[in-house]
Design a protein around this ligand. Structure first.
Ligand code: NAD
Length: 242
């Protein structure tokens, strides 16, 4: 399938690890110019992302950092076509033990960060009347959390609502907004989760790889999903039905 995104400019957050890293590599393979964003940008290997790739160190929960991500992108490439918000943080705390600070930390990255990035990206994308925004929700938003705690679950449920809201508001600008809901994916984020037990309950009898999520994100970032917006795509080996 030709995704027809060669030459497109893509900002990928959380690009130092896991799904974000796999997505940055996938989009680079399709010929995109990649802006790889992470708190830990020092660990981003831009050599694997093509000659034009740049790394930006930024905290996506901080509005000043977010403004810098997009001004750097426009200075470097003059445009923005694709935004993938993969930066995220996880927690497994029971609701009775969850502090207000932990609640805020989890929401500030997973939900506020996604919102700030999308809010900053849309005006730049609207200049060309073409944009693709893909947010990372989670299977946890659908199940209530097989391993995740209440702060993570509610932040990711918020991402699903945010996706629908932004799809309505950005549609007339030529921008689609969708989210993916991965199940258990083998990345550093789930290293301390009981992955084997979850794999055993999954119809495909295994967990997913970051590359399998990146493939679906690439399709949602492409010309091949031109009439898809406000949608969520479950990528969970069949563990949870929509
Ligand atoms: P990961 O921990 O491997 O990577 C997350 C990256 O986000 C890290 O490089 C981290 O430095 C970066 N990051 C964290 N806070 C940041 C901030 N404030 N600003 C900028 N960067 C920040 O995680 P992953 O498994 O690749 O997860 C990627 C996304 O997918 C997350 O949003 C996660 O919630 C979601 N997700 C993951 C799974 C899974 O099973 N791994 C399942 C469902 C959803």
């Amino acid at each position: 399938m030709d995704l027809e995104i060669e030459g497109r400019v893509a900002v990928v957050t959380g690009a130092a690890s896991g799904i974000g890293r796999a997505t940055a590599r996938r989009l680079a393979r399709e010929g995109c110019h990649v802006v790889a964003v992470d708190l830990e940008a020092i660990t981003i290997d831009t050599d694997e992302l093509g000659e034009s790739a740049i790394a930006v160190e930024a905290d996506i929960s901080d509005p000043d950092c977010v403004r810098r991500i997009f001004s750097t992108t426009v200075t470097a490439f003059g445009r923005l076509d694709i935004l993938v918000c993969s930066a995220g943080v996880f927690e497994t705390t029971g609701p009775l033990d969850l502090s207000a600070d932990e609640w805020d930390r989890i929401h500030s990255v997973n939900l506020r960060g996604a919102f700030l990035c999308a809010q900053a990206a849309a005006p730049v994308m609207s200049r060309t009347s073409w944009g693709r925004i893909v947010l990372l929700s989670s299977m946890a938003a659908q199940t209530g959390g097989l391993a995740a705690g209440a702060a993570y679950v509610s932040a990711k449920a918020g991402v699903m609502g945010l996706t629908r809201s932004l799809a309505i508001h950005f549609g007339h600008l030529g921008i689609t907004v969708n989210c993916v809901n991965p199940g258990t994916i083998e990345t550093p984020m789930t290293a301390y989760v009981e992955r084997e037990a979850l794999a055993a309950r999954t119809p495909l009898r295994r967990n997913g790889t970051p590359e399998e999520v990146a493939d679906m994100i690439a399709v949602l970032s492409s010309e091949r999903s031109s009439f898809v917006t406000g949608a969520h795509l479950s990528i969970n080996g069949g563990l949870v039905a929509d």
